[in-house]
Design a protein around this ligand. Structure first.
Ligand SMILES: *Cc1c(COP(=O)(O)O)cnc(C)c1O
Length: 376
């Protein structure tokens, strides 16, 4: 089986769709040319245009564009006063940046386990709260939603703030509300493998709180009030106008991208459910729109299956084989094997299958057939 549109790829079912996503780039290059002529290389109208569009897209009052999702998380935590000695509750099955951002603020990450949908288990929150707890940092892992109502309820009862890691959640929603819109601040990423991609790094924050907005806006740009005066010691976390141009062009495509991904995910869900219990697909909630940034299933003999699929030229991935609390970097936190049974067993059994918007029916069927064949 050959697939012409990915002729540069060694894969029959590639994971990386970026060559296809940016195949027609004349509109981007034309805007870049204009930017080069204007020489507005920091902030300026393209960044402002994007911030306005994205705020409207998720139904937020304010958006601040940053140079990546990690910085967005750090800026959000700092804006809420998270500092040395504070504890922030999060999950052990995210990308490194979620925990990294907490540590970058001088605070201590406190993990709680996840549920069968790989999302923060809100029923474990209260048991993890101490006198030092200041914030909860839930993750929309893979682009699905944890139970945000339960999480916000606990936060309100205990006077905690909520920063949402919606880095994979652009275009997703939960109970009719955009992902990243339940807590004080939501953080997003435009890294090339999230749902909205720029040609490099990019991120953003959304909030409805005017004071938080003003603080983050100033801190992102060296704490400057104007060219000659600073109100605070700040940092440079600005989104580049070059990337804002890409984001402005790509953002309107998101609903269609999410729709296509969902069709692909639905197809795989149906095909793989027949393999239960050797393959387990996560429960889908009728009130969620998932972004399928990661299409993850749990499977028996995972490592063997991963190898088998590679041999069939299907680029499956593993997100991630080692949970955060068992990383060398987490040694000082005092967790051990057995601390989080769900996250640990998922790390051993999870596999991520390509589900992106450029896969066609043949590729999906081929992938489903190969997996069925493996378990025969
Ligand atoms: C990608 C990602 C980040 C980090 O975003 P960058 O833009 O790569 O810095 C943080 N959290 C999650 C859940 C992510 O998927």
């Amino acid at each position: 089986m050959s697939v012409d549109k990915f002729s540069n790829s060694e894969w029959i079912v590639p994971y990386n769709y970026l060559p296809e996503q940016f195949k027609n780039r004349n509109d981007i290059f034309a805007e870049w040319e204009k930017l080069a002529q204007s020489s507005e290389f920091t902030l300026g109208p393209k960044v402002e245009e994007f911030q306005k569009s994205f705020a409207a897209f998720v139904g937020a009052k304010y958006c601040i564009a940053t140079n990546n999702g990690t910085d967005a998380l750090i800026l959000a935590l700092k804006a809420l006063g998270i500092k040395n000695g504070d504890e922030v509750i999060t999950v052990p099955n995210s990308f490194y940046a979620t925990t990294g951002a907490i540590v970058a603020c001088g605070a201590t990450p406190v993990f709680i386990d996840v549920d069968a949908r790989y999302q923060m288990d809100a029923s474990l929150l209260e048991g993890a709260i101490s006198s030092k707890t200041r914030a909860i940092l839930p993750v929309y892992w893979g682009g699905a939603a944890p139970d945000m109502k339960a999480i916000v309820d606990v936060a309100n009862r205990h006077n905690l703030v909520v920063v949402e890691d919606a880095c994979m959640g652009i275009g997703g929603s939960h109970r009719g509300v955009s992902q990243g819109r339940f807590g004080q601040i939501g953080a997003f990423s435009m890294h090339p493998l999230k749902s909205l991609n720029v040609m490099g790094d990019g991120g953003m924050l959304v909030t409805d709180d005017e004071n938080l907005y003003q603080w983050m806006l100033q801190h992102r740009n060296h704490g400057m009030k104007d060219r000659d005066h600073i109100a605070m010691w700040g940092v440079n976390m600005r989104l580049q106008p070059l990337q804002a141009i890409v984001a402005n062009i790509e953002l309107p495509k998101i609903p269609e991208i999410i729709k296509n991904r969902k069709q692909n995910a639905d197809y795989l869900d149906v095909a793989l459910r027949s393999l239960a219990p050797r393959v387990i697909t996560p429960e889908r909630k009728s009130y969620d729109v998932e972004t399928y940034s990661l299409y993850m299933v749990l499977c028996e003999d995972r490592d063997e299956l991963a190898k088998y699929l590679k041999g069939k030229k299907i680029d499956a991935k593993i997100h991630y084989p080692i949970p955060l609390h068992l990383q060398e970097a987490a040694l000082n936190l005092g967790y051990k094997e057995g601390s989080f049974p769900n996250a640990e067993s998922q790390a051993k059994n999870i596999i991520t299958l390509p589900v992106h918007q450029f896969l066609d029916q043949r590729q999906l069927r081929y992938m489903a057939d190969c997996i069925q064949e493996f378990y025969l």
